[in-house]
Design a binder for this molecule. Structure first.
Ligand code: FAD
Length: 370
């Protein structure tokens, strides 16, 4: 049993912050807390993705926008990540007849970036590790924790258990958060989880003669009423196409020929670019994945635990905001710590809630206006 007094490096007065989840938000959050001088322990259920052969994530690439960049900037990571991203100045709308029309994201010179999820996650883990006061613990799945004592129980893949205590627990363990389970048992905690009727499937568009098959500096969109396909560019000159469609439509297609028929009807210009054989094969490689949205409040239990990222507010991917909003959580919490002099017990929790909720309110308003 590790206690606050026996934090890494021997007895210390420093507060121990346990970040549960080493995905995008957890890894960035570890940097924020480490920068403030806390003893940071990050716990991630997966193996270290920097050593893994196959990295499973929720998508291959994603769109990084201004609010996400602000958070990266705060820990000195903006330039590095931006240099590895591909600017997308506009959406490129593909009509059924093959016509392409750009719709800019902002004013001239403004753009969002297509970034590789696995690479971003690896870079953030490496950045967190450069702080001497941070320890990354992989193969640690949070099984349970106590809101009274803050004692957490982790299991490893060999079945062994480990118990850890921390001053503050930060739940960054995603849309199906195990940390959140304790919140659900408490009075006056609001929670909703909604699956949309759509699923998503990723398909790869390879380069043609070593070059991007379509114009690279765009987020390509094929809008088709109840479903759509999008494509974001990757550094290896491929595009990752994501088909969003009601599950019942996915299920109607059962043979390779039906896949081609379907694409012929709705995305004819994409067939030669993805390739007939690849389409017939890749459509059946993995089943379509579900998409969930999560809302809850409040986001914290006293001064012991706080939820951030998808654990607190998962949104559907179409907004391109889940990660960006999660990154912004790190800034918001950092501002709160600044305001309350890093004293968890002195937080005026109403103020904290109001602060976080006002940001969230603005975000919801932004979404509602889309
Ligand atoms: P996650 O990325 O889910 O990470 C959670 C981490 O916690 C994982 O590493 C997991 O292994 C770990 N974990 C889980 N349970 C435990 C446990 N019990 N113990 C220890 N560790 C645990 N957002 C954007 O901003 N822009 C986009 O363009 C965009 N595109 C998307 C496309 C798709 C198809 C999808 C599905 C999502 C997209 N998103 C996008 C949303 C984005 O993926 C999420 O908002 C983001 O991944 C949230 O990060 P997170 O760290 O909170 O959660």
């Amino acid at each position: 049993l590790k206690t606050m007094e026996e934090s890494p490096g021997g007895p210390s007065q420093k507060k121990v912050v346990a970040v549960v989840g080493g995905g995008l938000v957890g890894a960035l959050n570890a940097c924020f807390f480490a920068k403030r001088g806390f003893d940071v322990e990050l716990f991630e259920t997966r193996e270290d993705i920097r050593q893994a052969k196959i990295v499973r994530g929720r998508s291959i690439n994603l769109a990084l926008s201004h609010r996400g960049r602000q958070a990266l900037k705060h820990v000195g990571m903006e330039e590095k990540i931006v240099s590895q991203g591909i600017p997308m100045h506009a959406r490129m709308i593909h009509s059924l007849n093959g016509k392409q029309s750009p719709i800019p994201y902002g004013k001239k010179g403004q753009y969002i970036l297509s970034v590789d999820r696995a690479n971003l996650n690896k870079e953030l883990l490496t950045a967190a590790e450069t702080y001497p006061n941070t320890k990354l613990n992989f193969d640690r799945k949070l099984q349970d924790w106590s809101a009274e004592t803050g004692l957490m129980t982790f299991v490893r893949s060999d079945g062994s258990e480990e118990q850890v205590e921390a001053d503050l627990i930060v739940g960054c363990d995603g849309a199906f958060s195990a940390i959140r389970k304790q919140f659900l048992r408490r009075s006056r905690f609001n929670y909703s989880q909604t699956y949309i009727p759509h699923g998503y499937m990723e398909l790869t568009m390879p380069p043609i003669n070593g070059e991007f098959a379509m114009k690279p500096n765009y987020l390509h969109i094929w809008p088709r009423n109840t479903f759509m396909m999008i494509a974001l560019p990757n550094l290896d000159k491929t595009f990752t196409c994501t088909l969003f469609m009601p599950f019942e439509e996915f299920e109607k297609i059962t043979t390779g020929d039906e896949v081609i028929e379907f694409f012929q009807k709705y995305f004819p210009d994409a067939i030669p670019l993805i390739g007939v054989d690849a389409l017939k094969r890749d459509y059946f490689r993995l089943p379509a994945q579900a998409m969930v949205s999560v809302k809850c409040s409040p986001y914290h239990i006293g001064s012991k635990c706080v939820l951030m990222g998808d654990a607190a507010h998962a949104v559907v991917p179409f907004y391109g905001q889940g990660m960006n909003a999660g990154f912004e959580d790190c800034i918001v919490f950092d501002e709160i710590m600044e305001q309350f002099n890093e004293d968890f017990t002195q937080y005026e929790l109403q103020t904290m809630r109001a602060h976080v909720n006002s940001k969230w309110f603005l975000f919801r308003k932004h979404i509602d206006n889309l």
